[in-house]
Ligand binder design. Structure first.
Ligand code: CP
Length: 311
């Protein structure tokens, strides 16, 4: 059986193209499973997983939980707001106490870039990064690649523009790594103040004009402005942002082509994307959410297989 090259999923930059292909092919099989009347398989009935979320989440937390339950794993979920972290317990103490309950895998979201990597070096469990600050969100990039492949046949050769707050976006960075590894071309578009200075060093070009970016691309991935990470001095005001970078049906209708519109959520309707675009024919936003369950099943299953092989 093919296996991943890694024992943890810490970021796309730590895996390779074969790993991505294996995850997406495995997700194909799980997508068939979750579309059956009986949506569960017994594969991981001997595995226990803790989901520990130190930042808010709807899609990622729930779809990891559902993916684990569809695989018959034992699951416990934890939000820092209701935990003893509030009493000053450290991350390593928290996780080691959870692992003392015979937990095999930890899925973690944290506000600090590198938190998942740090944890992988200090505790004895397989670690999955569910988003670490502005660093990486690998399962979002994998489900985005899965969705592009599903809608356009393949990722190789496709032109993807990521629009918005690139500077604070872990989704952008993970997508850039994943898309390039699979042979796609990537541009970014947004206010210059929200584009990292190192963007060209990643082999990505900056297009400041939204219409030109959309005329070039096959897929537009629209990102939310991350006000919670924003220093206000970086940024034009919301009205100016929407005028320059907001995607409307009028803009889509004036293009000479059809494009796929993606968004990782949560959406700020009327800011980066209007409701008629978010809910319209070009949008694959809910397909992304649906595919997230199959892709996360694949990630959990493949990492758990490595745990079992080590026993
Ligand atoms: N896309 C994403 O990470 O959404 P949540 O923050 O709701 O998990």
């Amino acid at each position: 059986m093919k296996e991943l090259s890694v024992n943890h999923l810490l970021g796309i930059k730590y895996i390779n193209k074969n790993d991505i292909n294996l995850i997406l092919e495995t997700a194909d099989q799980f997508k068939e499973v979750i579309n059956r009347p009986i949506k569960k398989v017994p594969s991981l009935s001997d595995i226990t997983i803790a989901n520990i979320f130190f930042e808010n989440s709807t899609r990622t937390k729930l779809s990891f939980e559902l993916a684990q339950k569809r695989l018959s794993a034992d699951v416990m979920s934890f939000s820092s707001a209701q935990s003893s972290v509030k009493k000053g317990e450290t991350l390593i103490d928290t996780v080691n106490n959870i692992l003392a309950m015979k937990v095999d895998m930890v899925v973690m979201r944290h506000s600090s870039p590198g938190a998942a990597h740090f944890l992988s070096q200090h505790v004895n469990a397989s670690i999955v990064n569910a988003g670490d600050g502005a660093h990486e969100h690998p399962t979002q990039a994998l489900l985005d690649s899965y969705t592009i492949r599903e809608k356009l046949g393949e990722v190789a050769g496709k032109k993807i523009v990521i629009v918005g707050d690139i500077l604070h976006s872990r989704v952008a960075l993970s997508n850039i790594f994943a898309l390039q590894m699979q042979g796609a071309e990537v541009k970014v578009c947004g206010p210059k103040t929200l584009i990292p200075k190192y963007i060209n060093s990643l082999g990505v070009t900056y297009e400041p004009n939204l219409i030109k970016a959309l005329e070039w691309c096959d897929v537009a991935n629209m990102l939310r402005v991350q006000n919670e990470r924003l220093d206000v001095s970086y940024f034009p005001n919301t009205r100016e942002y929407t005028q320059q970078f907001g995607l409307t049906n009028e803009i889509l209708n004036n293009l000479n082509k059809e494009i796929v519109v993606m968004h990782p959520g949560p959406i700020n309707r009327g800011v980066e994307i209007t409701s008629d675009v978010a809910d319209g024919n070009h949008s694959v936003i809910l397909d992304q959410v649906e595919n997230g369950v199959a892709v996360r099943m694949a990630v959990i299953y493949l990492l758990a297989s490595k745990i079992k092989n080590r026993l």
